[in-house]
Design a protein around this ligand. Sequence first.
Ligand code: CA
Length: 413
Amino acid sequence: MRLRAGASTDIGRVRTRNEDSYLAEDPLFVVADGMGGHRGGNVASALTVDTIREARPPWDPTGGALVDAVRRANRVVHERSASDSELRGMGTTVTLLQTSGGAGLIAHVGDSRAYLARGRELRQLTHDHTLVQQMVDEGKLSPEEAGRHPARNIITRSLGLDEDVDVDELSIELRPDDRVLLCTDGLTAMLEVEEIRQVLDAEPDAQGAADTLVALAVERGGEDNVTVIVVDVEEGETEADPVNAGTVAAVTAGTAGTATTVATRTRPADAKAMIERAEARAEASGPAPEPSAAPSPPRAFRWRRLAVWTASLAAVVAVALTGVRVYVDRQWYVGVEGGRVAVFNGIPAHPLGLTLSRVEIVSDVPAAAAERLQPWSGLAAGITADDRASAEAIVQQIRADVGAAGPASPGST
Ligand code: CA
């Protein structure tokens, strides 16, 4: 088995700098999407790519070595952030693929993604660490709603913010003609998964596919930096392939924390032709197979109040960091504190690892008794309320329901 990779990145049409970094050096492929004021985003993503590259994780089928490399990158970013006031609070996502023969390992933190294209199916391998994904998992949002959600950029896990980080890791079997896609959210925010699938299906060349995807995301508005790596698995011997290894340059940090500017590989003039070519190929290649996306959780939009919260969460995005605390202080929810039903001021989420709530009232109602009742089974995740009085009313309702249900009995859910 051997690999052929293509990589492409673009600043997009809105941002003033490209904070994405990537590495495509067989057998290691990394995308990182940095965030943070001033130069922070560039530095965080470039430091991460650099650290993982220098760590040269040995092949370890358990994934331990790869996870260690990511955790090392986390420490490096965190320490730099702590020691340089201009870089304070910077962070980055990271999604990487390491291969050995027919085996692949994926490590992942944040909202960049890895997909596996096999035949004409495209399967998402990674699970976004975002607020909206959490809500999808809890059945509070459909995947479609999540894709359009104004708060979709809020990530719940990233590198650099804490001394240590949880790293998702999974292993995959690689077969000839498989294609692995690594991308930052600048791609998935601009294109539907089905469109990505069509381009991958229609464009046989790895570099061509990467270029086309990036061009298409920019064409659609390019609201964010976009970075794509396409790794094709081919039958045959692993060989030193100087052309392949040489064409895809790593984006790395220079000395003293100055990130090198990311070269734009796709010229706008080429984009249109590439897109037309891809569309023509997609048309010629016939109808799409059944969607193969992960199964959708039920649309149990149980809490009417959550809709209010969801809508007003747009404010988080709109007002940027200065306004977040003001917004959060006006939010209320009912959750669990010390095993009791409690009222909180704030929101039941931890974007960027921040705690955005504080306990206001701890009731005498045992949380376990409430959670046994179907309407309150989501208590631990937080039941949002319009204001303090509404939150207290919810507690009263829970108290009444628990009382009516009588003493705890198994199977009373
Ligand atoms: Ca991004």
